[in-house]
Design a protein around this ligand. Structure first.
Ligand code: XIL
Length: 326
């Protein structure tokens, strides 16, 4: 259960977890997740390649373990993800399917998954990382992009959201991407492109409820005001925001030196707290979530100390600094 004095006792604070670690480190992994957070996302096990390895044979066991962990510990469950250009099973990418066949494959995947999880997930990332990283920020080329029946490049995205709403009308439907959190600075272009895409979807009645801002960024990230303004413009059109995959890498980079030290720990904590403050300030920012929670288990390579808890599960300065915000 969430500890009375934890961040999660005050708002929705999430973490991605991996069922492979539930027994890790003498139970510290599960114990920390359950006592500090009130929402979880499966790091990998709910993705297409995990749940439909063979066409139309669904295997939800691993994803169910994460849902089970959430239910046992009174946490919300956030689904990730239903449609992505990478990590598809090879039968999808190498199948040579027509546009009509791919449409049915995508609809079938979403329908089966959301029927299985009906009423269980607060939200789903319906489409993940579809937008190109450079101007003119069109859609990435991937298998799903071959769904272009009406010649509209966003067809597969519309198809995915419509299928998701039909299968589970009560879960919130999100579009999730990276390098889109701030509408200022280096991410302005992709951020604007995503906003236009989402606004267009709303305008033509595509059922999208929110956007996920991933935020795999570095300790020297200095665009918090741009993040707040971006959250606000979504709020203004009635679209929720979730910080979905936050981690703050601390290392020496071309633009700043964040080599780990007591001072850098403080800097990282300040940034975690400032980003949380932005979410708290903007109506419609309804989840603040990190991608993992302990440096002992993170997808970030190297020794860059990205998460709020140390390897030994003790709290970094970030935790107390975030508590001060709430
Ligand atoms: C990552 C996982 O953390 C890794 O374990 C896996 O090997 C690859 O995927 N954006 C996303 C997440 O939306 O699904 C990715 O997760 C990280 C980047």
């Amino acid at each position: 259960a969430v500890e009375a004095s934890s961040l999660a006792s005050r708002m929705t604070i999430g973490a991605a977890v991996n069922e492979g670690y539930f027994d890790a480190d003498d139970g510290s992994y599960s114990q920390t997740a359950a006592s500090q957070y009130n929402l979880v996302t499966a790091e990998n096990s709910c993705k297409f390649g995990a749940t439909e390895k063979v066409q139309n044979q669904f295997s939800f066991d691993a994803c169910d373990q994460v849902l089970g962990f959430a239910e046992e510990n009174n946490m919300a469950f956030r689904g990730h993800n239903l449609c992505w250009g990478v990590y598809n099973p090879s039968w999808v990418d190498d199948g040579g399917f027509s546009s009509a066949e791919l449409t049915r494959i995508l609809q079938n995947h979403i329908n089966n998954t959301l029927t299985h999880y009906k009423g269980k997930a607060v939200a789903w990332d319906v489409v993940n990382e579809a937008i190109e990283d450079s101007a003119p920020y069109g859609l990435k080329k991937n298998t799903w992009n071959n769904i272009t029946a009406s010649g509209d490049a966003t067809d597969y995205i519309d198809v995915a959201f419509a299928a998701a709403r039909a299968a589970d009308p009560d879960t919130l439907l999100f579009y999730n991407d990276y390098n889109v959190a701030s509408m200022d600075g280096w991410s302005a272009g992709k951020s604007d492109a995503m906003f236009s895409m989402v606004k267009g979807m709303r305008d033509r009645g595509v059922p999208i409820d929110g956007v996920g801002l991933q935020m795999h960024v570095g300790c020297g990230y200095d665009l918090v005001d741009g993040v707040r303004a971006n959250m606000q413009r979504y709020s203004d059109i009635g679209v929720q925001t979730h910080v979905t995959e936050l981690d703050l890498t601390c290392e020496q980079s071309a633009s700043y030196d964040c080599t780990w030290s007591g001072e850098v720990e403080e800097q990282q904590g300040r940034l975690y707290a400032d980003l949380l403050q932005a979410c708290v300030d903007v109506e419609g920012c309804t989840n603040f979530e990190t991608w993992g929670f302990t440096d002992a288990h993170t997808w970030i390579k190297g020794d860059s100390h990205p998460l709020p808890f140390y390897d030994d599960y003790s709290e970094k300065k970030a935790v107390a600094m975030m508590m001060d915000v709430l």
